[in-house]
Structures are given as structure tokens and as C-alpha cells.
Write a protein that binds this ligand. Structure first.
Ligand SMILES: [Zn+2]
Length: 283
């Protein structure tokens, strides 16, 4: 049975807002003010992402790899899982940001990004774009100008600002392209990694307790119930320092690209105009 509703007043425009009865006494925005609020948050979100969000995965992965030296065998497995998880999250950040930017005419960036889940369709879409589009087309798809066009679009900017923006754009473009050519970030590798590690999946360091478990000594496994074959299925990851260092390189490439993309957008969006579409489209 649906809960009872009450009428509140939108704090931004004073229009009446229907809300669940349990929200009595709380501040609740109306839908159209919510869209404006999200659009207004886009720039700050991009700035923060470029500065903090994009580097967080590298920091965690680097710390985990440094910890391998003194770790016991079970601890090494835990740390390896942490590196793989950061790799997936870094990939999710870049692909999520890319998808959010592409969709920004319809939805605020921050809304798209916070709702994003890395799935097979999104992953394919991202790799298909990178394969098919050259640099210029990629910028067009993302609604970004070519670096040489920035001066014409912003006659009021000084040389320094133009330089920053053009540089950020070039770096973002090259970084995103580099992710596509990096072997470890192929569509297949990413989908495979995603299958192996799902959030909150229990991990085991050995499988001797399972009648049909077959983890090797240097492997760590995630467990899922396989109802089709009526067993506990183990997806194994090899704990190998070379592999982990390749992951770290990939995390670095992904995070740089995502950070540069966010920063380029931030610089151009900060200039005002309707670059980020602060007002929701009519209809
Ligand atoms: Zn309102």
C-alpha cells in the first residue's frame, strides 16, 4: 500500500511539493528546482573530481602494492583484490564520465555520473566510439571545441587561460585515446574483470573446503552460487606482481584521462554561457 503524502513548500521557488508523510518537517525541493540544483552542482563536481576523485584509485592501488612486500600470503591476496577493484572503479569513472558528458543535454552530469553502473552495453559503447571516431569527431561527440577553436569562442580570455584550456583538452583527448590502445583496457579485459569482481562478493584464499574447488596457491577467488550447475563457482585471479603493476599503469592512464577530461570541461564550463546547460531544456 503506498504511503501517505503531505504537501510541503519548495525552499527554492515556494511552489507546493507532494512528499511522503515521513518527510514532514524536512526540506524537499520540487522537481524542476532539483534539476536546476543539479545543473548548478555540475561545475563544482567536475572540479572536485579532477582534483580528488580521479587520483583516489591510484593512491589506494599504489598503497596496496607497496604493502605486498611485508604482507603474509593471505594478506597479499587481499591486497591484490584491492588493486583489481580500484582498476574496475577507475575504468567505471572514466566510462561513466564519458557517458555523462555525452548525455549532458538531457541530464545533469552529476546525476548521470552518480547513477552510472559499468555494464556490458556502456563498455561496448565507449570502446565503439573510441574505435570509430578520430580526435576531432570525439571532441564533437563530447560537445567540446577543438583546442584551436577556443580563442575564437572566448575572445575575452587571456593567453594564459587559453593555454590552460587548450592543454587540458589535448591531454584529455590523448588520454582517452591511450586508454583504448592500452591492451589491458580492452573491452574484453574489462568485461572479464567485471565478471570476476562484483561488489560485495565474498572472497576466498583457498578452496580446499570445497569438494570441487580448484584454486592454485597463488590465486584468490570470488564466490558466486551457480544454480544452473548446482555448485559454488569460483572466479580466480592470479596474484602476480607483474600483473598488478600492469594494473597500476592502467589505473594511472584511466585516472589521468578522467581527470583531464573533467578539468577541460570545468575550465570551459566556468566561462559561463550555456556550455553546461545550466537551465533545463524546455519540455
Ligand atoms: Zn521549486
Amino acid at each position: 500500500m503506498p504511503g501517505q503524502e503531505i504537501t510541503l513548500v519548495c525552499p527554492d521557488c515556494s511552489a507546493p511539493v507532494m512528499a511522503a508523510a515521513e518527510l514532514a518537517g524536512q526540506v524537499v525541493r520540487c522537481e524542476s528546482c532539483f534539476q536546476i540544483y543539479l545543473r548548478e552542482a555540475d561545475l563544482g563536481f567536475l572540479d572536485n573530481f579532477a582534483e580528488f576523485g580521479a587520483v583516489s584509485h591510484r593512491v589506494v592501488a599504489e598503497t596496496a602494492i607497496r604493502g605486498l612486500v611485508t604482507a603474509s600470503p593471505p594478506e597479499r591476496k587481499v591486497l591484490s583484490m584491492a588493486v583489481f577493484e580500484q582498476f574496475l572503479q577507475a575504468a567505471g569513472d572514466l566510462i561513466g564520465l564519458y557517458a555523462a558528458i555525452k548525455d549532458r543535454r538531457h541530464r545533469p552530469l552529476v546525476e548521470s555520473f552518480l547513477n552510472f553502473e559499468l555494464d556490458a552495453a556502456r563498455t561496448r559503447d565507449f570502446f565503439a566510439d573510441l574505435e570509430e571516431l578520430d580526435g576531432k569527431d570525439l571532441l564533437t561527440v563530447l560537445g567540446l571545441p577543438e583546442p584551436e577553436e577556443i580563442a575564437g569562442q572566448h575572445p575575452d580570455w587571456d593567453e594564459k587561460d587559453l593555454g590552460y584550456a587548450a592543454n587540458a583538452l589535448w591531454r584529455a583527448l590523448n588520454g582517452v585515446k591511450r586508454c583504448a590502445t592500452s591492451g589491458i583496457l580492452s573491452e574484453r579485459a574489462l568485461l572479464q574483470a567485471r565478471r570476476e569482481i562484483k561488489r560485495n562478493m565474498p572472497v576466498t584464499s583457498h578452496s580446499s573446503w570445497l569438494r570441487d574447488g580448484s584454486l592454485a596457491a597463488n590465486e584468490v577467488g570470488t564466490m558466486i552460487l551457480d544454480y544452473k550447475r548446482r555448485r559454488i563457482a569460483l572466479n580466480s585471479l592470479t596474484v602476480d606482481e607483474g600483473e598488478l603493476n600492469r594494473m597500476l599503469d592502467a589505473i594511472d592512464t584511466l585516472s589521468q584521462a578522467a581527470g583531464d577530461l573533467a578539468y577541460a570541461y570545468f575550465l570551459l564550463g566556468r566561462a559561463g554561457d550555456d556550455f553546461l546547460q545550466i537551465k533545463p531544456p524546455d519540455g
